[in-house]
Design a protein around this ligand. Structure first.
Ligand SMILES: NC(=O)c1ccc[n+]([C@@H]2O[C@H](COP(=O)([O-])OP(=O)(O)OC[C@H]3O[C@@H](n4cnc5c(N)ncnc54)[C@H](OP(=O)(O)O)[C@@H]3O)[C@@H](O)[C@H]2O)c1
Length: 321
């Protein structure tokens, strides 16, 4: 089979990590990169051994050798850049959160479906082998009936009102940056649509949530107690409690082990772990599918609605919303 050829859209931090991760994916290659500047595209191409560097995102989309595009721009560009890719006939793996809000996400999903092109939110955690094992344990009844999930996901970044993490015009804040991982984890376990959503946030001087804490109740009565922060280091562990036991997942967003009660189970995670989602994309694209059953459109949209509801409670609206 010929290689699955990726186009990398943007040259930022995560674009570099994803491209590095592809080295662990047999039969995959990053064949082209597009940037807003030729110099940046060329430097990225050189650093990562990519053959073609494009001076615009549009040129990348028009590259006939590209099989799918990885969109790695700030949140506020996800819709625009994904729509450009889809209009050019390219399947898309789009960084998280899929969009700034659910109405943008819906437009992206509609465009993918209209053109019968694949689209997936890059919720890479879901494709990690530890998470696959966790799902298997839960489905097999290892902890009885899952009832309660607790996750904190916080790190301390320097405050810079112009950075992606703090700038309202780039849809900054902890909820969209890392809180989305917590909501997606709860959604994976309890179903996409919580029946009650309530939270509090501490806003930064720039007006985005520098930390937030929230609780979700699901139709089966399950609770998720979650928090996110970009100015505070917190544990980054998921604890899932069931009627007959507990599973802990340290570094739940990129884990290499879990604990079933006191028993440690370690897993082999190849490369930096970013390529597992790429394998899923290639499989679905080759099968002519428009979404992945592991991270379907409806679930990304439901997660986004939960984020919208929380921001609504905090009065946090981004420019242009
Ligand atoms: N999965 C993960 O583990 C993970 C980790 C970090 C971030 N992310 C997600 O990935 C996305 C990018 O995050 P990042 O940390 O890589 O950001 P970053 O380092 O700031 O890179 C973003 C890139 O987007 C392009 N861009 C286009 N318009 C821009 C604008 N107005 N301002 C800044 N950059 C702009 C730039 O590339 P060009 O100059 O080449 O056009 C820039 O290098 C976000 O959605 C974030 O949530 C995911």
């Amino acid at each position: 089979m010929t290689n699955f050829r990726w186009g990398i859209l943007s040259t930022g931090v995560i674009a570099g990590k994803f491209t590095e991760g592809l080295r662990a994916a047999e039969g995959h290659e990053a064949c082209a990169v597009g940037s807003r500047s030729l110099a940046s595209a060329q430097a990225f191409a050189e650093r990562n051994g990519i053959r073609r560097a494009h001076a615009t995102y549009e040129d990348l989309v028009a590259d006939p050798e590209v099989d799918a595009i990885y969109v790695a721009t700030p949140h506020t560009r996800h819709m625009q850049d994904t729509l450009t890719c889809l209009a050019g006939g390219k399947p898309v793996l789009c960084e998280k959160p899929i969009a700034v809000n659910a109405s943008q996400g819906q437009r992206m999903v509609d465009a993918a479906r209209e053109r019968s092109l694949f689209l997936m939110e890059a919720m890479w955690t879901r494709f990690n082998p530890v998470i696959g094992a966790l799902r298997g344990l839960v489905a097999g009844g290892a902890i009885g009936e899952p009832r309660h999930l607790s996750i904190h996901f916080g790190f301390r970044a320097e405050y810079d009102p112009t950075s992606r993490l703090f700038a309202p015009e780039l849809a900054g804040g902890a909820l969209l940056d890392v809180g989305v991982y917590c909501v997606a984890f709860a959604s994976m376990l309890f179903g996409p649509e919580p029946e009650a959503v309530t939270g509090v946030a501490t806003l930064s001087p720039s007006g985005v949530d520098e930390q937030c804490a929230f609780a979700l109740r699901y139709p089966g009565g399950e609770l998720a107690v979650l928090s996110a922060a970009v100015r505070t280091n917190t544990p980054q562990e998921a604890v899932l409690s069931g009627s007959e036991g507990t599973i802990r997942v340290p570094l739940f967003w990129c884990p290499d082990r879990l604990y079933l009660g006191d028993e440690e189970r370690r897993f082999e995670v190849a490369g930096n772990g970013y390529h597992y989602q790429a394998l899923e994309v290639a499989e679905r694209v080759r099968a002519g599918e428009v979404e992945s059953p592991l991270m379907p459109h409806a679930e990304s949209l439901a997660i986004q609605r939960t984020l919208d509801t929380l921001r609504g409670q905090w009065g946090l609206r981004y420019p242009g919303e």
